[in-house]
Ligand binder design. Structure first.
Ligand code: CS2
Ligand code: MN
Length: 369
């Protein structure tokens, strides 16, 4: 398991590469050209500059999250072919700088959705929270809160220019059922996966967050059956999954260990974070440690270890600690993600030690010399 860190780029993240270098075991940066809108061309020199900036600090730049998919592809408009060509071209260019994995999602209109970005936790920190009862029928109300919460940063999936076109977007999605969305995803994959096979890049779809439809928009990557159907529909090792415990873990019906087991050979990237799910279906993001929330991260790490997972991982979101919410991106502060990375690596190292000690290594031998 190779530990990585999501970084939003110079001037677009309050955290620097020099700070990230001081977190033991973090060997790679998960990056993107964050100022690009979906469907825009990524120029070779821009890609090269960003990858070199990351590599010059000693990090690998093998994972990109995300290359966003244009809504015309998700809706299935005739213009999709042009956007798919641009996407395929970006894949080729990314392969040229050593990118191995692209994480993306196929959620209509928005990325992750929460009702409160700074929900107070009993320990005095705060974190992203989702309250079922207060999810606005009209996403415009949520948008205002999210834009305000992002401060000087734009929150991915909630960019002001996209929000200004919400009426148009919702009208375009009016006939897009789950079935059509699925067909449109398969259409997209049938065009880009051959390119991936040719240049050695793995596509890793991120599950929907939360793991159910919202605002009347369809969502299809949210449970084990849906993931199985999708992976079978385009059956290539280059078409895989970003296993995100925090997204799939929002739905109590999802058996996370079973999902990791079943798709182990198609998981190319893992997001390991904890959520606490309440009786009424609300959830809040909490610390990575076992017992803090509803997800048992050491169990998931153990299964990955048993399966010999050699792919990339990141701690994903964290709580905002020690007042950092004043400066950081919502969910992407420094401290809790650093704790998360160390905790997960600690679990991994413990498993490695146990493996090296052999099956009898942990036994207390009574009466031994
Ligand atoms: C995040 C997502 O919500 C999450 O768990 O990891 O924002 C993720 O980055 C995107 O959906 C990937 O496209
Ligand atoms: Mn995630």
């Amino acid at each position: 398991m190779k530990m990585t860190w999501r970084w939003y780029g110079e001037g677009n993240d309050n955290i620097t590469l020099d700070q990230i270098r001081q977190i033991p075991g973090v060997s790679g940066i998960v990056w993107s050209l964050h100022r690009k809108t979906a469907g825009e061309v990524w120029e070779e020199h821009e890609i090269l500059a960003e990858a070199n900036r990351i590599k010059s600090k000693g990090f690998s730049a093998a994972v990109v999250e995300s290359v966003n998919v244009h809504d015309d592809i998700k809706i299935g408009l005739p213009s999709r072919d042009r956007y798919i060509d641009i996407y395929a071209d970006t894949i080729r260019k990314l392969a040229g700088v050593g990118v191995e994995v692209i994480c993306y999602n196929f959620m209509p209109v928005f990325d992750w959705t929460r009702t409160d970005l700074y929900y107070p936790l009993p320990d005095g920190s705060n974190a992203l929270f989702y309250e079922k009862a207060s999810i606005a029928a009209d996403p415009r109300e949520m948008a205002e809160m999210i834009i305000r919460g992002g401060g000087t940063f734009t929150v991915p999936g909630w960019e002001p220019d996209r929000l200004s076109r919400l009426d148009e977007l919702f009208a375009a999605y009016a006939d897009v059922t789950e079935e059509r969305l699925f067909d449109n995803l398969v259409y997209f994959l049938n065009r880009v996966i051959p390119v991936c096979e040719e240049c050695g890049v793995k596509m890793a779809i991120h599950p929907d967050d939360p793991a159910w439809p919202i605002f009347g928009l369809p969502r299809i990557v949210r449970n084990q059956d849906g993931i199985r159907r999708l992976l079978q529909a385009v059956n290539s090792p280059y078409h895989g999954l970003t296993f995100c415990s925090g997204s799939l873990g929002t739905h109590p019906g999802n058996d996370l260990p079973a999902i990791v087991r079943e798709f182990s050979d198609r998981i190319h990237f893992v997001h390991l974070r904890n959520v606490k799910v309440f009786q009424n279906g609300d959830f809040v993001e909490v610390a990575h440690k076992r017992g803090e929330g509803s997800v048992n991260l050491p169990e998931l790490v153990r299964i990955l270890h048993e399966n010999g997972y050699e792919g990339y991982a990141r701690p994903d979101h964290g709580r905002h600690l020690w007042g950092e919410e004043a400066v950081c991106r919502p969910g992407y502060g420094l401290y809790d993600r650093a704790f998360g990375a160390m905790y997960l690596l600690g679990v991994w190292d413990g498993l490695e030690e146990a493996r090296l000690a052999g099956p009898r290594g942990g036994e207390v031998r009574v009466g031994a010399e």
